[in-house]
Design a protein around this ligand. Structure first.
Ligand code: MLC
Ligand code: AMP
Length: 463
C-alpha cells in the first residue's frame, strides 16, 4: 500500500499543515475516502495543484481510488492547461470549491464539500499508474510521464533508508505540488513514511527559518536565497538534514549554507521520468558539486555517443543512464521509450568516480532549461512567442544566472512589440515560471549554412 503511514502509526492533529490549515491523518483518510468513492472508475482525474489541504485530499483520493492523478499547475495559462486536460483525458477536474467548467474542460468536482467515508475496496495493483506528470521536452508541448504506484513506493523507501527519514521527522518545504520534488517527495513522502509536513507557502528564507523542522527540502534557488540571509540560515542549525535537489547547487552556496547553518547540505539527483536515483547519505560525507551514490536498487552507468559504456574513473564524461524500480512506464500517447535491458538515458552528462560518487556536468541538449529548479523546454516557449502576431522568429536559451541557475532568455524578431509585452504574453499562455525574464529584439537570428539557429552563440552572448 503506497501511503502506508496514512493507514497506520501514530496520528497528529497537524500531520499536514498547508497554508496554515491543519489536518490529521485520520481526517485526511476519511475525507479522501469520500472523494475516492465519487471518482472510482474514472480514467484519470486532474487536480489544480495549489499548496493546500484540498490538493492533498484530491491527490490522496486518486491514489486510494486507483485513478491516475494529473496535477495541473495553478498558474497554467489557457494553452498549457488546455493541453494537459485534453492530452491526459482527465474525466474530472478536482477543485477546492464548486466552479463552472470552462469551455472544453472536464466537469469540476468540489473537494471541500465531500464527506467522510471508509475505503473498503482492494488497493490498486503496484504496476497501476499513480500520477501523470507533465514535463517539458526540447520541442513541442509537455509530455505526460506515467508514474506507477510501485515506482513511488520504491523511491520513497530508498530515500528513507539513505536519509534515515522516520516518523519522528518534521518535513518543511515550500515547493509546488505538481512536480516530483514537492509532490512525490514533499507530500507523498510523509504519507508513506510518517511524521509531519509543514508547507511554508512561498519558500522564503523567513518562512523556512520560522518553521522549526528537522528535515528541509529546497531547490538551489531557495538555498541560495537562504545562504544570503545569515539569520535565516542560522535558524536552521537545529535541523537534522537540509536537502537540495532539482538542479545543480552552486559550490559557493554549498559552503555558505554549511558555514551559517552548521551543516553542509545533502544533495540528491533525479528527474520526473526516474524519480530520485542518486543521493548523499545522512550518515555519509557531503561533497560540494557532487550528487552522491545510487540509491538502493538503482544502477547507473555512463555511455558515449555510440552507446558504449565508458569508465567510471572520475574524469571520463558520458551520458548518464539509470536502471531500477523507480523508473516511469512511458509517456502517455507516445511511442514506448527505448530502454534496452531496462537502461533509461537521462540526457544528463555526468562523471562517476571510482568511489561511485556522481557529478552532473550538464545536459546533452541546449534546449532543456533549468530555471529556479523548473525544467522548461525552449521549444514550448518559442511556440508561445510565435503565437504573438508581431513575432516572426524566436529562439530561447537558458543564460547562466546566479539566483535561478539559468534564466530564460529570448531572442526575437518582432514588428511592433515591446519586450515586456512579449514576457506578459508568454506568462499569460503558459505557466508564469516559463516566461522569458529577458527578451532581446534582434533584426535576425544567427543561423548556420543549413539555416539552423546557432543557439550556443546566443547563450554565450548572454552568459
Ligand atoms: C512575475 N509574476 C508574474 C509575471 N512576472 N505574473 C504574471 N505575469 C508576469 N509577467 C509573478 C508570479 O506570478 C509570482 O507571483 C511572482 O511574480 C514571482 O514568481 P516567480 O517568478 O516564480 O518567483 P521566483 O522568485 O523567481 O521563484 C523562485 C522559486 C521558484 C524558487 C520560488 O522558482 C520555485 O518554486 N521553484 C521550484 C521548482 C520545483 O519545484 N522544481 C522541481 C521539479 S522536480 P506570486 O503571487 O506567486 O508571488 C525535479 C526532480 C528533482 O526536478 O530532482 O527534484
Ligand atoms: P525534472 O524533470 O524537472 O525533474 O528535471 C530533471 C533534471 O533536473 C535532470 O535531468 C537534471 O538535469 C536536473 N537535476 C535534478 N537534480 C539535480 C542535481 N542535484 N544536480 C544537477 N542537476 C539536477
Amino acid at each position: 500500500m503506497l501511503l502506508a503511514a496514512l493507514h497506520a502509526g501514530a496520528d497528529h492533529p497537524a500531520a499536514l499543515r498547508l497554508r496554515g490549515r491543519d489536518l490529521s491523518r485520520q481526517e485526511l483518510l476519511g475525507w479522501a475516502g469520500s472523494v475516492a468513492r465519487d471518482i472510482r472508475g474514472a480514467s484519470a482525474v486532474a487536480v489544480r495543484a495549489e499548496p493546500t489541504v484540498t490538493t492533498a485530499v484530491a491527490v490522496v483520493a486518486g491514489l486510494l481510488a486507483g485513478v491516475p492523478v494529473v496535477p495541473v499547475p495553478p498558474d497554467a495559462g489557457p494553452a498549457e492547461r488546455g493541453h494537459i486536460l485534453r492530452d491526459s483525458g482527465a474525466a474530472l477536474l478536482l477543485t477546492p470549491t464548486r466552479e463552472p467548467a470552462a469551455d472544453g474542460e472536464p466537469p469540476g468536482l468540489p473537494v471541500e464539500r465531500a464527506g467522510r467515508a471508509d475505503v473498503d475496496w482492494a488497493p490498486p495493483a503496484p504496476e497501476q499508474p499513480a500520477l501523470i506528470l507533465y514535463t517539458s521536452g526540447t520541442t513541442g508541448a509537455p509530455k505526460g510521464a506515467v508514474i506507477p504506484h510501485a515506482a513511488i513506493a520504491a523511491g520513497l523507501d530508498a530515500l528513507a533508508e539513505a536519509w534515515r527519514w522516520t516518523p519522528d521527522d518534521v518535513l518543511v518545504h515550500g515547493l509546488p505540488l505538481f512536480h516530483v520534488h514537492g509532490l512525490v517527495l514533499g507530500l507523498l513522502g510523509p504519507l508513506r513514511i510518517g511524521g509531519r509536513l509543514v508547507h511554508t507557502g512561498r519558500p522564503t528564507p523567513q518562512a523556512y527559518a520560522a518553521a522549526g523542522g528537522s528535515l528541509y527540502f529546497g531547490v538551489p534557488t531557495v538555498w541560495s536565497r537562504i545562504a544570503a540571509e545569515p539569520a535565516a540560515a542560522r535558524a536552521l542549525r537545529p535541523a537534522r538534514l537540509l536537502v537540495s535537489g532539482s538542479a545543480a547547487l552552486p559550490v559557493p552556496v554549498f559552503h555558505r549554507l554549511a558555514a551559517w547553518s552548521g551543516q553542509p547540505p545533502l544533495e540528491r539527483y533525479g528527474m520526473t521520468e526516474t524519480l530520485i536515483t542518486v543521493s548523499g547519505r545522512a550518515d555519509g560525507v557531503r561533497r560540494a558539486g557532487h550528487v552522491g551514490l545510487p540509491l538502493a536498487g538503482v544502477r547507473t552507468r555512463l555511455v558515449d555517443d555510440a552507446g558504449t559504456e565508458v569508465p567510471a574513473d572520475g574524469s571520463t564524461i558520458g551520458r548518464l543512464q539509470v536502471r531500477g524500480p523507480t523508473l516511469f512506464s512511458g509517456y502517455l500517447h507516445r511511442e514506448p521509450v527505448p530502454m534496452p535491458d531496462g537502461w533509461f538515458d537521462t540526457g544528463d552528462i555526468a562523471v562517476i568516480g571510482p568511489d561511485g560518487w556522481h557529478r552532473i556536468v550538464g545536459r546533452a541538449s541546449i534546449d532543456l532549461i533549468k530555471t529556479g529548479g523548473y525544467r522548461v523546454g525552449a521549444g514550448e516557449v518559442e511556440d508561445a512567442l510565435l503565437a504573438h502576431p508581431a513575432v516572426s522568429e524566436a529562439a530561447v536559451v537558458g543564460a547562466p544566472h546566479p539566483d535561478l541557475g539559468e534564466e530564460i532568455t529570448a531572442y526575437v524578431v518582432a514588428d511592433g512589440a515591446e519586450p515586456q509585452q512579449l514576457i506578459d504574453f508568454v506568462a499569460g499562455h503558459l505557466s508564469v515560471h516559463k516566461r522569458p525574464r529577458r527578451v532581446h529584439l534582434v533584426d535576425r537570428l544567427p543561423r548556420n549554412a543549413l539555416g539552423k539557429v546557432q543557439k550556443t552563440l546566443l547563450r554565450d552572448a548572454t552568459g
